[in-house]
Design a protein around this ligand. Structure first.
Ligand SMILES: [Zn+2]
Length: 123
């Protein structure tokens, strides 16, 4: 799903997208000429790999996201929000969902068995 930057105004626009088991929903709102704020919630399940044994398993996701979407190259500086740049004048919601999913997958995860092994202190 793509949304043109010029169609996002200063009033909040509610948006929801879901793909496989993950859904992203929130409000798009223009904050500056080339910037759109996206306060969203990411919910669902993501398949990840155990960092220790490599076993695949699913984790529950329920995260608040604060994203800033830039129409073209972003020249400012931000430490309170993640900035995502789009170069064709439109916001690609699927790309946002995919990149959030990818960042979850590169996090450190332990499957139940490895977690238990860690907690009993017998290593
Ligand atoms: Zn494991």
């Amino acid at each position: 799903m793509k949304i043109e930057f010029k169609k996002v105004g200063f009033n909040k626009k509610e948006i929801t997208i879901s793909k496989q088991k993950l859904s992203l929903s929130g409000d798009l709102q223009r904050s500056k000429r080339d910037l759109v704020d996206f306060d969203a919630k990411l919910q669902g399940r993501v398949q990840v790999e155990c960092s220790r044994c490599g076993k695949e398993f699913e984790v529950d996701i329920d995260e608040d996201l604060k994203l800033r979407l830039s129409d073209g190259v972003y020249r400012g500086f931000d430490d309170d929000a993640d900035v995502i740049e789009f170069y064709d004048g439109s916001i690609d919601m699927e790309q946002i969902l995919d990149s959030e999913k990818a960042s979850i997958q590169t996090d450190y995860h332990l499957c139940t068995e490895c977690k238990e092994g860690e907690n009993d202190g017998s290593t």
